[in-house]
Write a protein of this length. Structure first.
Length: 466
């Protein structure tokens, strides 16, 4: 498909983090952009302020009549999260419009650029945003499509008309990342996830192997040290893909950290690289997991050509990603942090990082499970990670795109949690359930609509601590 024949672009699911980044790109490029989403959010409100028309009711008559009249010059972009019974989706299909998945369009946009793709079952949004920031604040520059809102730039899309680098988050859901053919890539993790799509952990691994095989010949891969990619070693050799491993502290990796020290909740460290050591790096965000993320991002940025000093400056001023180890409030009596963690390994990494910073504090966590299928597949693993908390408030499952499954509720996690102080709670009753006098560190965690609790919880803390 040639985009030069397109004038109008309609997004089904425009409020999604990946979809909204694409919408911002096409809006910047002067296409006529509009779209549908089920829910009005802070993100869709911002898109409206940027001049994009959005409707929130699944009715055909709400689609811009010009789009419907100019079928040959209209492109429809949709997310797999849109249900097949969506009326607008069904009508568009029946009328023979050109309709593409978000990943297909992203693949087209990156085809003739120097693509940098970050993949992994967790950690990819943080590494993508960090890599983007390192390049963008340097002389190298880049464009980027992010899977989260950068706190440095308050957006999930960055554009540079002087750089040929384009950084993208490579999403494994629905095998979307197979549309990409990057020059450089990172694999942060290949844990079992999205088993509603892949069925087995082995299928997840194979999908990541297939992604690695799509790296350009003479390309570059940065991969976490313990991930075994020996099954595709011949393809890697044939394509002459250079590989570097990374680890937070394993000295046998190509990139790793040493001399990790804390300054309040932040860290300094020495970065070891194949070309020498970079000492006295200060990372502008907290969490041990973010040192590991910074190592992966640094490997990419150095390969792209930024200087050592640019790297140190960039990491020092990095502010992070909204909903990733995101401090909401700090008072003398309570600290409140929000995080997107929704997989057992993400929860374990986040909670462990908080415990490392606040070793003597009581940690209360509010968690909203995301998807019935994920809850069913990983109930025991969720329970183990959540048992790291001193107190747990567990919410009902956020269904997202799924229908309920018989016997699958938050209780199958709750029953296995070993923490003595634990409560099952409806989302609407969370604020009245929290014992603010007994809470020192408060965490909210999850990928559903738990973020709608951030403001009420923050306001309640302010009222209680006046």
């Amino acid at each position: 498909m040639k985009l030069d024949s397109i004038k109008n672009i309609y997004f089904l699911g425009i409020g999604g983090i990946g979809m909204s980044a694409l919408a911002r790109y096409f809006n910047l490029m002067k296409y006529k952009v509009s779209g549908y989403d089920k829910t009005r959010t802070a993100l869709t409100i911002q898109l409206e302020k940027e001049g994009i028309n959005i409707n929130y009711d699944d009715k055909i008559e709400l689609i811009d009549p010009q789009f419907l009249a100019e079928k040959e010059s209209t492109l429809i972009i949709y997310t797999p999260a849109i249900p097949e019974n969506n009326e607008q989706y069904k009508y568009i299909q029946s009328q023979g419009f050109r309709i593409y998945k978000r990943a297909q369009v992203l693949g087209m946009l990156t085809q003739f650029k120097r693509g940098i793709a970050i993949a992994g079952t967790h950690g990819k949004t943080s590494v993508t945003t960090m890599t983007t920031h390192l390049l963008h604040q340097s002389t190298i520059k880049c464009s980027a499509f992010l899977g989260g809102i950068s706190k440095n730039y308050d957006t999930n899309f960055l554009f540079s008309d002087t750089s040929n680098f384009i950084v993208v988050e490579a999403d494994e859901y629905d095998r979307s990342f197979h549309q990409l053919h990057p020059e450089m890539a990172v694999i942060t993790s290949i844990d079992a996830d999205h088993l509603d799509i892949y069925n087995t952990h082995q299928e997840v691994k194979q999908s990541f192997f297939d992604f690695i095989c799509k790296i350009e010949s003479n390309g570059y891969l940065v991969i976490k040290k313990e991930i075994d990619i020996s099954p595709i070693q011949k393809i890697i050799t044939d394509k002459n893909i250079k590989i570097n491993t990374y680890s937070i502290d394993d000295a046998s990796a190509d990139f790793y950290a040493s001399d990790i020290k804390t300054i309040e909740e932040y860290y300094t460290f020495t970065l070891h690289t194949p070309n020498g050591n970079i000492e006295n790096i200060t990372l502008g965000i907290p969490g041990l997991i973010n040192i590991e993320n910074a190592i992966a991002a640094s490997a990419l940025a150095l390969r792209a050509g930024i200087s050592t000093q640019e790297l140190k400056n960039g990491l020092g001023i990095f502010k992070g990603v909204k909903r990733r180890f995101d401090y909401q409030l700090k008072t003398d009596s309570i600290i409140y942090i929000d995080d997107y963690a929704h997989h057992p390994e993400e929860l374990k990494a986040f909670i462990s990082s908080v415990k490392d910073i606040y070793k003597t504090k009581k940690i209360t966590g509010i968690f909203q499970p995301h998807l019935y299928s994920r809850t069913k597949d990983f109930a025991s693993e969720f329970a183990k990670s959540l048992s790291l908390l001193d107190e747990l408030i567990l919410l009902d499952i956020y269904p997202a795109r799924e229908l309920p499954m018989p016997g699958v509720t938050s209780s199958i996690i709750f029953d296995e949690v070993t923490t003595s102080k634990k409560t099952l709670c409806e989302k609407l009753k969370v604020v009245e359930t929290i014992n603010f006098k007994d809470t020192e560190i408060l965490l909210t965690m999850g990928a559903g609509d738990i973020d709608t609790l951030i403001e009420p919880i923050t306001n309640a803390i302010k009222q209680k601590t006046k």
